[in-house]
Design a protein around this ligand. Structure first.
Ligand code: ATP
Length: 236
């Protein structure tokens, strides 16, 4: 079941040790070719959702399937997901390119080596990739982290607030990169607290507030129309 669907999330729930319920009854699907925005104000439960999906913390209920395989901490299927959920550290004395090579050799599948350059091409880092990362600005570091998530061109990309701290031209560039990434049957799940960004970047949106979904569907259909969406994002 769902063997060809990048991601199916079913009734996800997460209560923290102190009893606080950060995520409740979250269900949505990410299909091939879609860029799905997980949209909501700070504290809505976006990071918690993505951390559960990436096996960084255990859910209290529900589950998620990636191409039909259940996601659990350490599951082999995690290798088919490229993610930026916790900021990766880079070696400051190496160039961006050498950092990615080192990362790839430590974790990558050799048979996907041919995709290395293609992933860099899509990420569009240009010549800055050959500078040492200690000279990188926040924006360049962020883009390198996104390039790292794209290595091997995984069929599902999961990014937590990738445009955080980027300036408007860099955000526009990110838009182009994500749209291009979600072709050839690949899919992207990206969190954001900015309505405009989701409108311009995503094909679909899942709007969350206080741990629950308040709207979901095609971006064009839900954004700007539903009062609950307006209310959710006006909390920002
Ligand atoms: P942000 O954009 O600020 O990261 P978010 O939508 O990603 O917001 P989460 O980080 O998932 O939200 O947090 C959701 C809620 O869970 C918040 O109220 C937060 O305080 C709470 N929370 C997060 N981590 C923990 C934890 N380890 N223990 C208890 N509560 C937590």
């Amino acid at each position: 079941e769902f063997a060809d669907t990048p991601l199916v999330v079913r009734n996800l729930r997460k209560a923290y040790g102190d009893g606080f319920v950060a995520v409740e009854e979250i269900s949505f699907t990410v299909e091939r070719g879609h860029v799905v925005g997980l949209l909501g104000p700070n504290g809505a439960g976006k990071t918690t959702t993505l951390r559960v999906l990436m096996g960084l913390t255990m859910p209290s209920g529900g589950d998620a399937l990636v191409f039909g395989h259940r996601l659990t901490p350490g599951a082999a299927i995690l290798s088919r997901i490229g993610s930026l959920v916790e900021g990766p550290g880079f070696l400051p004395h190496l160039s961006g390119y050498d950092n990615l090579k080192a990362y790839w050799h430590a974790t990558g599948r050799p048979e996907a080596e041919a995709h290395f350059e293609e992933a860099l091409e899509i990420a569009g880092l240009g010549d800055s990739i050959h500078r040492k990362t200690r000279k990188y600005s926040h924006g360049m570091r962020q883009r390198l982290a996104i390039a790292q998530a794209m290595l091997g061109l995984p069929e599902l990309l999961v990014l937590d607030e990738p445009t955080d701290g980027l300036d408007p031209p860099q955000i526009a560039e990110m838009r182009r990169v994500l749209k291009r990434y979600a072709t050839d049957g690949r899919a992207v799940l990206v969190s954001s607290h900015l309505l405009a960004e989701v409108e311009q970047t995503c094909t679909h949106a899942v709007v969350v507030n206080k741990g629950r979904i308040v709207a979901s569907g095609l971006v064009d259909e839900i954004v700007g129309e539903s009062p609950s969406v307006q209310l959710a994002v006006s909390d920002v």
